[in-house]
Design a protein around this ligand. Structure first.
Ligand code: COA
Length: 696
């Protein structure tokens, strides 16, 4: 046995097998030092005639999770990953990749260039680059289809899908799946090969035949599912190219495309979000070593629409849940409604009735608060009324154990007032879910002044466990998402008064990349709901906002949206929104009553007013400290309210426009619409004068 070690790669000889072990925490990214270490390992392997096989493996939680994202956008440092991989491909002795954890991106590309691949039973493999607006550039595209065929490779490359070890073996990506001690199994495997010296090169394999019509149908499907995203379409083009191009030429095209994508605006935006999502988990004023409390059992109070969705989130993640309601009838109704939430999964066949029955056993319902005595976390989701919630907080305080957390799902009420209603305010925080709670990824966790750091760490950890994207926000009316949304809604309404049509506004915003425009969305939510939400906040509105009551007028006319077949639009059987002259008339009358004359509004004005109103509000939110970082706001809007991820979120978008231009536009709209709506926030003034962006 003969040991050698570099900074991140250590070498050990076991008989005729050389074992290269990489240790580059946390996820064994293929950083420069790893590439240097692996090239040195290969050199040693090639030169040592006594070494007959090489095993590449990783220590820690995972095989390589890909290229080091932190190196993107910096000058490439030799050796490039592609060089290392070419060398692996040319090696005339067998190399075995031993994969555990997640073998992703460049990590899987390394494995693809090895002669053999073995995997731990729980390993997962994927080429997720597309999710960062990139594509594999070191042989993933030219090798994977040769091993598993074009249809499966398309899914993995153009959609970033992962597969597990057993599926990978069935598809021909992996040679052997190992249930225990991967390292020993890899060495045994290599020893067997050492005797025969069998080298296999993926690059020598032909591309299996496939139905070429698949490429166009995939293009159409991806255009629909990933609106505006370029990388998935380019992935299909490259896969088509590799099927008809000699290997070396195709590999060069793959690399050149990957380099181009690295500097594309879409990839920069998506990489920004990748980092921002992770940064959002690092909480201000909460030491990183703060241990979250153990949460084993959860209570949910209030079996309404939100409470049901929230209960389903926890049940889905395997938490036993006690749902508390005021009457047995409301609880029976809730139970049936929760079962119904899974109707789609049952229909699609992704869940069986038996699995659903099993899941429902995690849900207990009761009308008594006593059942909550041993829960670790309660989410309160009762009526949005301070008196009602205050009473619930007092009742919870009487039964909960000392370190149980009370999280309110309030959207607009004052979190401090609620904390004061509990006997232990340090245990009170907000967990603001969005409707439908079992579907929407965003979770605004809310810190009150007295919330204990340990509680903040706990609700963040729990948020992740239930598959949400948790972002911590502070006290602020409407928190972050709804507060910014209300400014966009205000401008959308004002634009109607100024002469725009619902269709024009919706078209501009969905053209920007939102999945749905604000008026089509209002028709979906229901005008009665919109009117009630508006009237609940009318006291804090300006005179123009108060009298901009188009929503009330539509509701009064029975135009409640899709549910009544008419709202801002008319709806037929196909539920497609049609323009309605009656709405034009209603708007014309409204303008005449309020003294507005309709003018021609440009698409540019619509976009700027709707989006800059949000950005300006976000700047105030940041200045008040209700959001910790601009990136947190980007995560909130991309994971919650449909801001297109490839545009990086509102703050990233504002930086791309340039803060000086943002300020100039805000000044312009201050003159056109009014200072009270568009006066640049102090932070924007400061940043513009310092020539900095939100993210600098
Ligand atoms: N390069 C550099 N750092 C990476 C990385 C990469 N490819 N992948 C993850 N990290 C970092 C994260 O930023 C995080 O660091 P931080 O805590 O300092 O922010 C840390 O590794 C842990 O990652 P996290 O995502 O929080 O852990 P997880 O266990 O939930 O998920 C992965 C692990 C590997 C599945 C996930 O990080 C992932 O999907 N990474 C990206 C893989 C990828 O896209 N590879 C192709 C790159 S082109």
């Amino acid at each position: 046995m003969n040991d050698e070690t570099s900074e991140t790669v250590s070498l050990v000889r076991v008989g005729p097998v050389l074992v290269a072990t990489v240790d580059n925490p946390p996820v064994n990214a293929l950083s420069h030092s790893v590439r240097v270490g692996l090239v040195a390992a290969l050199q040693r392997f090639e030169e040592d005639v006594d070494c007959k096989a090489l095993v590449i493996r990783c220590d820690g939680r995972t095989f390589f999770a890909g290229a080091d994202i932190r190196e993107f956008g910096q000058p490439v440092k030799e050796p490039r990953l592609g060089e290392l991989i070419d060398r692996l491909d040319r090696c005339d002795k067998p190399v075995i990749a031993a994969m555990h954890g997640t073998a992703l991106g460049g990590g899987l590309e390394i494995a693809l260039a090895c002669s053999y691949r073995i995997a731990a039973l729980d390993a997962r493999m994927g080429l997720p680059e597309v999710k960062l607006g990139l594509l594999p550039g070191s042989g993933g595209i030219v090798r994977l289809p040769r091993l598993i065929g074009v249809p499966d490779a398309l899914t993995m490359i153009a959609e970033g899908g992962q597969i597990g070890a057993e599926a990978a073996r069935d598809k021909g990506l992996v040679d052997e799946v190992v249930a225990s001690d991967l390292r020993s199994a890899a060495i045994d495997f290599a020893q067997r090969l050492a005797d025969v010296g069998a080298v296999r090169r993926t690059s020598d394999l032909p591309v299996p035949a496939f139905d070429e019509g698949l490429l166009d149908s995939k293009r159409a499907e991806l255009a629909k599912r990933h609106k505006g995203l370029k990388a998935p379409q380019i992935a299909v083009d490259l896969i088509e190219m590799m099927t008809v191009t000699p290997f070396v030429e195709a590999a060069a095209k793959e690399y050149a495309t990957c380099r181009e994508l690295i500097s594309s605006p879409q990839s920069k935006a998506l990489r920004h979000l990748f980092a921002a999502e992770r940064a959002a988990l690092k909480l201000e004023d909460v030491p990183t070593d703060t241990k979250p409390r153990d949460v084993r059992k959860v209570g949910v109070v209030g079996p309404g629409v939100m409470g049901r969705g929230i209960a389903a989130c926890f049940v889905d993640a395997g938490f036993p849940v006690i749902l508390v309601g005021r009457s047995a009838e409301s609880l029976t109704k809730a139970q049936a409604a929760i079962r119904k939430l899974y109707g789609g999964s049952i229909k699609r066949g992704s869940m069986t009735e038996a699995q659903l029955d099993e899941r429902m056993t995690l849900l207990e319902t009761t009308t008594s608060y006593d059942g909550l005595a041993n829960v670790d976390l309660v989410v309160e989701a009762v009526t949005e009324n301070l008196d009602v919630k205050t009473e619930v907080f007092a009742r919870l305080s009487a039964v909960l154990k000392a370190n149980a957390i009370i999280a309110t799902n309030t959207s607009f009420l004052d979190i401090e007032a609620l904390a004061s209603a509990a006997s232990r305010p340090e245990n009170v925080a907000g967990m603001h879910f969005f409707n439908p709670a079992n579907v929407m990824k965003l979770l605004e966790n809310v810190r009150a002044v007295r919330t204990a750091p340990e509680v903040l760490a706990t609700i963040t950890a729990v948020g992740k466990k239930i598959g949400k994207v948790p972002v911590m926000v502070g006290r602020s009316e409407g928190f972050v998402a709804n507060r910014m949304l209300s400014k966009r809604s205000r401008e959308a309404q004002f634009l109607l008064e100024d002469g725009a049509t619902p269709r024009q506004v919706d078209k501009v915003l969905s053209g920007f990349g939102f999945p749905i425009g604000p008026f089509a969305l209002a028709d979906l939510a229901g005008m009665d709901v919109m009117a009630a939400a508006r009237n609940a906040r009318i006291a804090g509105m300006t005179l123009r906002e108060q009298s901009c009551n188009i929503v009330d007028k539509l509701a009064a006319a029975g135009r409640l949206g899709q549910k009544t077949g008419a709202g801002y639009y008319l709806y037929g059987e196909d539920r497609k929104p049609q323009d309605d002259p009656a709405v034009d008339q209603l708007l014309a009358t409204h303008r005449a009553e309020r003294g507005f004359s309709a003018r021609e509004i440009s698409d540019e004005e619509i976009l700027e007013r709707c989006l800059l109103a949000m950005v300006n509000e976000a700047a105030k939110i940041l200045d008040e400290g209700a959001a910790a970082r601009p990136g947190d706001i980007d995560v909130i809007w991309t994971s919650g309210f449909g801001w297109p991820s490839h545009l990086g979120g509102p703050m990233f978008w504002a930086d791309q426009i340039g803060i000086a231009n943002v300020k100039e536009a805000l000044d312009r709209y201050s003159r056109i619409v009014g200072e009270e709506y568009f006066k640049p926030a102090a932070l924007i003034e400061r940043l513009a004068s310092e020539r900095r962006g939100f993210h600098d």
